[in-house]
Design a protein around this ligand. Structure first.
Ligand code: MN
Length: 490
């Protein structure tokens, strides 16, 4: 939860200019903190901690930040000149996300007032460069944000970075529950779970489907009645087959009990292991995603975890974030679109309309026709994200997209669907995506930005690839080649 986290504002200075200057710096730092908190542009609380003047003060505040689970990152700024050798010992031990905010207290240079006293007090332009050098020298993963602190766009950039940093904290505590293994023979959904835990913190473990079936058997009719009320309030019931919908409620209640008992915020399952279950969870998985749980089909625990993380990063936003799969294309010259869907499990947070509960047969999986939510995704800019295991390292691929109202009603398609234009264009985008090795499974988000995912990848120390409106196949292939060399040397 965003409200559980805070960020620490650490201001750099030194003793050279006397105690009065330091008092002024501290007063201004507190004023800036108060105004930033009051702006409504920061999703988490900013706490002014210290005007740091010595190696010990910096080392102490870093030690405290590392230790405090509430602290999701530090934001530094050098009000005056803060010699950076005294930051080395602290920075070398920093384990929390770090943003360097290059700003200054005054917006304008005052014509009459400016003299050498003013220059000594207001020299962030100078101090922030010395400060930036040492982070560069230490090869620290960092975010640099420059701009005037009272400008809304600058405040929003800090707020956006805060969400990425909360994604780091969330990731480091994330537990993923796997029901069944990965789909047989599929490569891209596999991965090194030990490496994922070392790099990203994820605890990915398996629980027997038989335990889920036992838990389902223990669900009471009263519990199902209560969840059915929720379904009917949030969705349109478009079937007479109530028993089938109730079975999904039973599945959801049982899965939620198991997830919550273990503290898991993400799960995966596979249609190849539904032993003892009558239906593949459809509506059940969709409604769990709507509550913030991550999901991945066919045992894809990586996309499940990414869904949960991106939902945590975008908490409180309304565009939506969903597990997605590229299914099929419209390749008409004037209307090139991707159609995304899944067998059942697209999160209703991206719906343009009130989703309908429907029951239809499922072509694969050898089970009874499952209930699922059917809807169209809404219009708007977004991204699709895929995390793949390259063997020895993880690669995060992000593509910019523009979602549209589906150009066809597709009345016989019995699943939720989202349609989008991919950048730079459909086929170049597909060539880039395939060149990079991106999966068919993605997380589609209207809320999380590519910049936030880049920040997250940098903080997690994993490779980042971004396909934008300006990407060419040639440039991307060159980048992938160089990345491969660089990551072998790292
Ligand atoms: Mn799939």
């Amino acid at each position: 939860m965003l409200k559980d986290y805070e960020f620490w504002f650490v201001v750099g200075s030194q003793f050279l200019y006397g105690p009065e200057v330091l008092e002024t710096v501290a007063t201004r730092a507190q004023e800036m903190t108060d105004k930033l908190n009051a702006s409504g542009n920061l999703p988490c609380k900013l706490v002014y901690k210290v005007t740091a003047k010595t190696n010990k003060e910096i080392t102490d505040v870093v030690r405290e930040a590392n230790y405090d689970p509430k602290c999701a990152g530090i934001i530094t700024w050098c009000h005056t000149f803060s010699p950076s050798k005294m930051w080395i010992n602290g920075f070398a031990n920093l384990q929390k996300p770090y943003c360097h905010f290059a700003t200054q207290y005054n917006r304008s240079i005052p014509n009459e007032e400016i003299d050498m006293d003013f220059m000594n007090l207001n020299q962030a332009a100078h101090g922030d460069r010395e400060h930036g050098f040492i982070a560069a020298r230490l090869r620290m993963p960092r975010k640099v944000i420059a701009g005037y602190w009272e400008d809304e766009d600058v405040q929003k950039r800090i707020g956006s970075w805060m969400r990425a940093a909360v994604g780091v904290a969330f990731s480091k505590g994330l537990k993923v529950m796997r029901f069944g293994d990965n789909m047989r023979e599929v490569a891209v959904t596999e991965g090194d779970k030990v490496e994922a835990q070392i790099k990203l913190g994820w605890q990915v473990n398996t629980w027997p489907v038989g335990k889920l079936v036992k838990t389902m058997d223990e669900v009471t009719e009263a519990e199902i009645d209560a969840l059915m009320e929720t379904y009917c309030r949030e969705y349109t019931l478009n079937t007479d087959d109530i028993a089938t919908v109730r079975y999904q409620a039973r599945e959801e209640i049982a899965m939620k009990k198991m997830l919550d008992a273990e503290g898991c915020m993400a799960f995966s399952n596979t249609f190849q292991d539904l032993y003892g279950m009558k239906q593949l969870p459809g509506l059940a998985s969709q409604h769990l995603m709507a509550q913030g749980y991550g999901y991945g089909g066919e045992g894809d625990w990586k996309v499940s975890a990414m869904t949960a993380i991106m939902k945590a990063m975008s908490e409180g936003m309304t565009g939506g974030t969903a597990f997605m799969e590229d299914y099929t294309y419209n390749l008409e010259p004037d209307a090139k679109y991707s159609l995304g869907a899944h067998m059942l499990e697209v999160c209703p947070s991206v719906a343009a309309e009130k989703p309908r509960i429907e029951v239809h047969p499922l072509g694969i999986g050898d089970r009874e026709p499952p209930a699922r939510l059917v809807f169209e995704g809404h219009e708007g800019p977004g991204i699709v994200v895929s995390l793949i295991d390259m063997g020895g390292r993880l690669r995060l691929i992000v593509q910019d997209i523009q979602c549209v109202k589906p150009i066809l009603p597709m009345p016989n398609l019995p699943v939720a669907r989202v349609m989008w234009k991919a950048f730079p264009d459909l086929t170049t985008g597909v060539e880039c995506w395939i060149a990079a090795g991106g999966a068919h499974h993605t997380v589609l988000s209207y809320d999380v930005t590519a910049e936030q995912m880049k920040d997250w990848a940098r903080m997690m120390d994993i490779e980042f690839v971004h396909i934008t409106k300006d990407t060419t196949v040639e440039a991307l292939e060159q980048q992938l080649f160089l990345n491969d060399l660089a990551w072998k040397l790292k």
